[in-house]
Design a protein around this ligand. Sequence first.
Ligand code: ZN
Length: 435
Amino acid sequence: MKFVFPVIIHGTVWSRLLLAFVLVTLAGCDRHGLNVDQQWKQTSIVSPEKADPLGPEVDIRVLLFQADRVKLTGSDAGYAIWNSDKLLVRVSGQSETTLTFANGSWQLTDKQGLALFSVQALAGNILEIRPEPNSLIAVGTDKTLTYRGRIRCLLQTDNRIAVINVLPIESYLAGVVGAEMWSHWQTEALRCQSIASRTYALYQIHRRQGRGHWDLRSTQSSQVYRGLTGENPRIAQAVRQTRSMVLAYGPAGKEKIFPAYFSAICGGHTENAKFVFKQDIEPLKGRRCPYCKKSAPKDYYRWPELELSKDLVSQKLMNRYSSLKDLKAIVNIEVVQKSEYGRVEKLTLTGSQGLKRTIAAEPFRLAVTSAEKPLRSSWYRLKGTRNTWIFQDGRGFGHGVGLCQYGCEQMARQGSNCRTILQHYYPQAILVRAY
Ligand SMILES: [Zn+2]
């Protein structure tokens, strides 16, 4: 199931990006593109520091995974490995190879374990794998997935290799939207997801400003990305039709893009980002959603009672957050704050020696949830028994901030266009062209 709950841990106010807007016209867009009407401003973003901050196709850096061994397979003409501007080796055809770093040197071996090259000193400890023309690269640990663009392998201080996909943002989006929504969903819903995901991704690129080695991750902690596996003709069309379009908000002339969060099923009301991500902005305020009730699976819209052992909850919390270890054992958990819509915001944990710690509901949920026993949202009532914690009257799936994906699909089924849906879930936001 394509449920998603992107989480930004560091919800700092992004003040550096002040964007000036220049009006452009988009003749013919309403028929073949977005059904954009006259009220929706059509603008292009120009940064005050640089006339064209993004160019026609900005690249995004996506952390795929971190591992000791990296499997690499080229397609067709194969690939070449570079260090900075120095060509190290060309691997032709569809050869399966493995990249490792051991005993102070990088090694690339073929399927039989024969070394194709070995090198010690590398500028920046980075290898870049570039596909030959009309070729693609598959990369992974056990199984591989195929990606567009280049693959960077960065040696980290723990000697593991961080594998990063660098590619134009529009190509990236095709692999995101297909991983985030069902390709058979309504065209207008796929367009909404394309715009929300593009806005979220661009926000991360600007937030990083080129610092670090990646802009976001390929998992639910950012937004799910599966490279070519996520692509599909309907998805690709939705991305193409919304090309460069993002959401922004703020006073005229000072509009800014924002992290356009989305989650699978809000359960009847979306949540204020203030409570989940510490971002208090108008487009991320809670909105009533009478829609996901009609389209979401019933046991997700209202999920069944979940019972977890007290020992397990205690252990999972301490494993994830070492600062809680001074509680020794958690003997009580109490909901101490709820949002105006009913989601839990804060819980207080009491240790065996009376020490208390307060924890926000989302970090709590992410610590105790599991595939076998999922805590699907922070919208519940908590009851304790002798040995267990019972989560009752649960609603929705995900953090509930921003676009409700199942609600979005239902609005589209009822005939709303992309503009109307986005305006519902991101109040006060406008649609602009980013490049
Ligand atoms: Zn909803």
